[in-house]
Write a protein that binds this ligand. Structure first.
Ligand code: SF4
Length: 313
């Protein structure tokens, strides 16, 4: 067996920051400690923090008055911040700065009187948070059909934004429809699909022709990981999206294949290492690391924690 380890893979700067923030909050304040939504969309990561006593909630009402709550990397709507203030919570904001960028753009366009098309997936934590910034100004579009069906005046003042973890190719197709139907549409100068999402997709696209099958580490609710699985399948390759190597279907491999192994932006490197160890032991796999793009991005801890852990950049 030949294993190609794609790079970049796994944790992005936003996920690293959010996990470091939760570790720092645990060290500083101990438990009980609450997190609004999953800190990142990854089951092993969430389970690790649960074992340490962190409580994940889907509503601020579940957090006792005066307690500490951390907002996940996906961001929150202003209504959540208001609910926290009303309960007198100590709130720590671990929203990824690249998600905050989209919120800021939504606020700006709404103030300038634009109708905003948000390209994204209904119900995703990030989309719920972004739409909450300007609910009366934002229309969600999930695919080309919905873009075709938009019923807006031809000369409407229009802007589009995207969820950070979309398929680059899907988003391009939707944007093409929007530009054709509404040539006046504007967008931010720097696009919203984040560097980590783009780089992980680019690595799969470049390396998948050499592989017989693809193993992607990530959870089923991780948007960027799901996009990697779709991409591999669209290239005609079987693709397994799993949290740990134990979830590989028995008999999935003969042992003479070339496997491409990668991980979504919220999947920890430990699960990749465990898989590589398994493939070496079970199939005598030869492992080759292939770097498609270098990444040197990092984000500082949330402001509320920087005074407690000043050494982090
Ligand atoms: S995937 Fe992108 S937007 Fe999401 S946390 Fe990572 S860097 Fe931030």
């Amino acid at each position: 067996m030949h294993v190609i380890l794609a790079s970049p893979r796994g944790f992005c700067a936003g996920v690293n920051m959010a996990i470091d923030a939760l570790d720092a909050a645990l060290a500083a304040f101990g438990t009980p400690l609450y997190v609004y939504h999953e800190i990142v969309h990854n089951r092993p990561v969430v389970e690790r923090f649960r074992r340490q006593g962190v409580v994940f909630v889907d509503s601020i009402d579940e957090v006792p008055a005066g307690a500490t709550v951390l907002y996940s990397a996906h961001g929150v709507a202003p209504a959540v911040r208001e609910a926290s203030a009303q309960r007198n919570l100590r709130a720590i904001d671990a929203t990824c700065p690249l998600v905050t960028k989209v919120h800021t753009e939504a606020i700006r366009y709404a103030k300038e009187g634009y109708t905003i098309i948000l390209i994204g997936h209904e119900g995703h934590d990030e989309v719920v948070g972004t739409m909450g910034e300007a609910p009366r100004h934002i229309v969600l579009v999930q695919n080309e059909q919905e873009a075709e069906a938009l019923d807006l005046p031809a000369d409407v003042k229009l802007a589009y934004l995207t969820q950070t973890t979309l398929s680059v190719d899907d988003a391009e197709r939707i944007i093409r429809v929007l530009r054709r139907r509404f040539p006046q549409i504007v967008s931010p100068s720097k696009e919203d699909i984040c560097y980590a999402t783009q780089n992980r997709q680019e690595a799969v696209k470049e390396l998948v022709p050499e592989a017989d099958a693809v193993v992607i580490f990530g959870s089923q609710n991780s948007s960027n990981s799901l996009r990697l699985q779709e991409l591999a399948r669209a290239c005609g390759k079987p693709a397994y999206l799993i949290d740990t190597v134990a979830e590989l279907p028995p008999g999935a491999f003969r042992g003479d294949e070339t496997l491409l192994v990668t991980a979504g932006a919220s999947a920890p490197e430990e699960v990749v290492e465990e898989c590589v160890g398994y493939l070496r032991d079970r199939y005598g796999a030869a492992v080759e690391s292939r770097t498609v793009r270098e990444e040197h991005v990092s984000f500082p801890l949330p402001r509320e924690l920087r005074v407690l852990a000043p050494s982090r950049g």
